[in-house]
Design a protein around this ligand. Structure first.
Ligand code: ZN
Length: 439
């Protein structure tokens, strides 16, 4: 495996999966160390959570009350009681700079210190919408880590809500076979990813006639209808804001995030492929969804950092939206990892006169109303850590489009921009290799 440079995209993904696993292992082995001081933040403190867990096994912050309502919470309590295992569920907002520094692994480490040494199985939300983090101590006897991770990959849960995902994690923990399920699901994704008809084409740049999957058949019928969009208006971008980031913290987290995110991006892309395959042929957005799937694959193949991987998530969301009866909003402008936006709002960056119309998640919308800075996705550009949207538009398709928020109209899509080469051109413009300082 290490004998040669990987030549195909599937090797890259396999390496990514391996790296993610290794990172997950080291994160857990070192779980005792990173406990940070509790600082004031918007979310609950470890003390609040620990006190609540003394009264019952499920703690749901008010911001998650809609995702897991009281009836669903009670169902989880009952399900946990039936397992006879010391399982706790904790759902809290995770934002950089909060008591857990926006990191589910830190949350678990802090709670572990707080809750004591007895056996405990913890399921929490993690930084990426539908994914869960599982931690068990003193040892991972019930394969909790893999059980929680596996849930994000299970096809049957693609459209399931958070409560159902947690329920599934509890089920896998009780069964004690999380590792086998996790391995099977990630192997499936690795195989599907490398076997998808478009993979070869993208790698070689030629129009191959290999592999006759269903998707190719659909593609044959629809590709003719593809985008002929000309040059699209570039949005002016803010140059100065008041956002600041602790660089060292950011750099370390980015490395850990990237391996996990690559795996998740692949899963989202494949889920979109599935949805396209099973869509009714008369679905009006089918060709758009297919374009988005195709573009997501291209970006994932070429992705060399967190911003590109988040772009895959945005393209997958665009494709899903195209298949929906009514088009939805893009992902949150400030950090697409917050999930699908819930409304659009105008936002004026500090020191700027122009207002931008952006789609925001609920948290970011509330922050803006309260005149607080939203949680912004930061990137490295020319040796500095900046909000991603401050990178000059010609260097980043993502800055130019706000991951979908700043598109100019119904025919202006992320997939169309990737299709006309804007993603590739922006990368050529930028010498900034995924965070290396160049300047
Ligand atoms: Zn947000």
């Amino acid at each position: 495996m290490s004998s040669d440079r990987p030549t195909g995209t599937s090797h890259g993904l396999a390496a990514g999966l391996l790296a993610a696993l290794l990172l997950a292992c080291t994160a857990l082995l070192g779980a005792g160390s990173p406990a940070r001081a509790e600082t004031a933040g918007t979310g609950p403190t470890a003390t609040t959570i620990a006190e609540a867990l003394a009264a019952g096994p499920v703690y749901v912050d008010p911001s998650y009350a809609a995702a897991v309502n009281p009836a669903q919470q009670q169902a989880l309590v009952d399900q946990i009681a039936a397992t006879g295992l010391p399982i706790n569920v904790v759902l809290v907002p995770l934002n950089k700079g909060d008591a857990f520094d926006g990191d589910s692994r830190t949350l678990a480490a802090v709670l572990r210190e707080r809750l004591g040494r007895q056996q405990r199985i913890l399921i929490t939300n993690n930084e990426y919408g539908k994914w869960l983090t599982g931690t068990e101590w003193p040892t991972d006897a019930h394969q909790t880590r893999d059980a929680a991770s596996a849930v994000g990959f299970l096809k049957e849960l693609d459209d399931a809500g958070l409560a159902a995902r947690i329920g599934k994690a509890v089920e896998l923990i009780k069964a004690g076979n999380g590792t086998a399920v996790y391995k099977a699901e990630t192997a499936r994704i690795d195989n599907e990813y490398s076997a998808r008809p478009e993979a070869e084409e993208h790698a070689s740049g030629s129009s191959s006639d290999s592999g006759s999957g269903t998707l190719i058949a659909i593609a044959a019928g629809l590709v003719l209808a593809v985008v002929g969009a000309g040059l699209l208006v570039r949005h002016r971008l803010p140059r100065h804001t008041s956002f600041t980031f602790p660089d060292a913290v950011f750099a370390a987290e980015e490395a850990a995030d990237e391996a996990g995110l690559r795996r998740q991006a692949a899963a989202e892309m494949l889920a979109l492929g599935e949805a396209v395959e099973h869509a009714d042929g008369a679905t009006s957005g089918l060709s758009r969804a297919l374009d988005a799937y195709d573009a997501a694959g291209r970006v994932l193949d070429a992705a060399r950092g967190l911003p590109d991987l988040v772009g895959v998530l945005a393209l997958a969301a665009e494709g899903r939206s195209a298949l929906a009866p009514t088009p939805g909003l893009p992902l949150c402008f400030f950090d697409p990892r917050h999930g699908t936006a819930v409304r659009r709002t105008t936002w004026r960056p500090l020191g700027r006169r122009e207002r931008a119309d952006v789609a925001v998640c609920d948290d970011c919308g509330q922050a803006l109303r309260a005149r607080r800075s939203p949680q912004v996705m930061a990137v490295r550009h020319r040796g500095r850590t900046v909000p991603y949207f401050e990178v000059p538009a010609e260097h980043s398709l993502w800055a130019a489009t706000g991951y979908g928020s700043l598109l100019s109209g119904p025919d202006d899509t992320l997939a169309a921009r990737v299709g006309t080469g804007e993603f590739s051109r922006a990368r050529l413009q930028s010498d900034d290799h995924g965070g290396a300082a160049a300047d």
